[in-house]
Write a protein that binds this ligand. Structure first.
Ligand SMILES: *Cc1c(COP(=O)(O)O)cnc(C)c1O
Length: 398
């Protein structure tokens, strides 16, 4: 496919979030484009030119759908990328990228701390099923990264800030090391979001963003995007993973995320501000054992985040309570404003404990191994969130 059109590339991200991927509806003049819940589209009279594994022609929804294409225009604009592919989920997008880039015998370097499905894919699946050589390393430590990325490495995948410890990796430096060794760099940018961080501008080759989180922002639709300026590889991903493996997004979800994304810059600015405030407040509490947020001077990635992240450090805080697993659960259950549920980047704040019996706990830095909680700050009044955390701490005797 060609580079995505963006007539608004000279405008700010808040304007682009409103005006890209949309326009007057051709049939009716409506100021919103419609939802096309159709599996198939009229074929051309001459079928001899039709490639049934291509995404260029609107023919069957798995090959592409107007609502998917419009959301791709918008996502590409938010990232300042030449191209975007929108699939059914963030994990669908990660898998599509890895599946297309890797083959048996290739070496991939992946993070010690990452989204669970990335750990599963590289710790168990790609290595055991397909003979991919998968090497785990600490991406927050450049010496460890240099040692792990050997010549002939095919792919380096990082996540920054990472899920769930909110550690920060140096995109520009890791891109340099990867490229010197002939490797491709992909960055999961979900925690940062495109308002705060644009990895392609820092040297990354591919970006993945779980649209389920901040870009949709309303906790009611799943989707994932791959962004890149490498049009040729993006078309391979469409062919190999979208059409022939099939993690295509439903038109309804694409339409829903399109709507959520309009207010993304506005929401994200508010979330950046609230999260900074709440992280600072948590640091003053005596039974809070640590607070991991890159906007705090106490964070090892503070200086790096100041260089690498613009506007703010995102909406997720990792923190610890001086409490055992049961007391952490009591604390979470005592919250009245904050929802006790997985996921992040919704309108409501969300809290999710990381218990000491978690299979991966030993991979996290020492202080994360007791009373560890992941907290996603929502759009409520920050003072109300603080009040809620405060009463739940008191109710738990902390
Ligand atoms: C949620 C998340 C994903 C997966 O996205 P889904 O849309 O849930 O599949 C990937 N990476 C990170 C960092 C995430 O937080």
């Amino acid at each position: 496919m060609a580079k995505k059109e963006n007539k608004f590339s000279d405008y700010g991200i808040g304007t682009q979030a409103i005006h890209t991927g949309t326009g007057y509806d051709e049939g009716t003049g409506a100021v919103r484009r419609p939802l096309h819940m159709a599996n198939s589209f009229k074929l051309p009279d001459d079928l001899s030119k039709v490639n049934y594994s291509s995404t260029d022609l609107l023919m069957y929804s798995r090959n592409g759908n107007p609502n998917q294409h419009w959301l791709e225009e918008k996502t590409a604009a938010l990232y300042g990328a030449d191209d975007a592919i929108v699939l059914a989920s963030g994990v669908g997008a990660l898998h599509a990228l890895f599946w297309t880039l890797l083959k048996s015998g290739d070496r991939v370097v992946y993070p010690r701390v990452s989204y669970m499905a990335v750990y599963r894919m590289f710790h168990e699946l790609f290595n055991r099923k397909f003979g991919v050589d998968t090497v785990m390393t600490d991406m927050t430590d450049l010496e460890a990264v240099k040692a792990a990325i050997t010549p002939g490495t095919r792919l380096v995948h990082i996540e920054t800030p990472d899920n769930p410890t909110v550690g920060v990796a140096d995109i520009a430096e890791i891109a340099k090391i990867a490229h010197e060794n002939g490797a491709i760099l992909s960055v999961d940018n979900t925690f940062a979001s495109p308002l705060n961080q644009k990895p392609l501008d820092l040297g990354a080759d591919f970006v993945v963003d779980s649209l389920t989180k901040f870009i949709n922002g309303h906790g009611d639709a799943q989707g994932g995007a791959i962004l890149s300026n490498d049009l040729e590889t993006m078309d391979r991903i469409r062919y190999e993973a979208q059409v022939n493996v099939g993690a295509v997004i439903s038109p309804f979800n694409a339409w829903q995320i399109m709507r959520g994304s309009v207010t993304f810059p506005l929401r994200m600015r508010r979330i950046n501000e609230s999260t900074q405030k709440i992280a600072e407040w948590l640091e003053t509490r005596k039974n809070v054992t640590f607070v991991s947020y890159p906007g705090l001077r106490s964070h090892p990635g503070y200086e790096l985040a100041r260089r690498q992240m613009k506007n703010g450090c995102g909406g997720v805080i990792a923190f610890g309570l001086n409490a055992d697993d049961k007391a952490v659960e009591r604390f979470c259950a005592a919250l009245k404003v904050v929802a006790f549920a997985v996921s992040l980047g919704h309108d409501e704040s969300l809290i999710f404990p990381q218990p000491s019996y978690d299979e991966r706990i030993s991979l996290y830095p020492e202080k994360f191994r007791k009373g560890f909680i992941r907290f996603s700050v929502g759009l409520e009044e920050p003072e109300d969130i603080i009040r809620d955390l405060d009463q739940a701490l008191q109710a738990t005797g902390l």
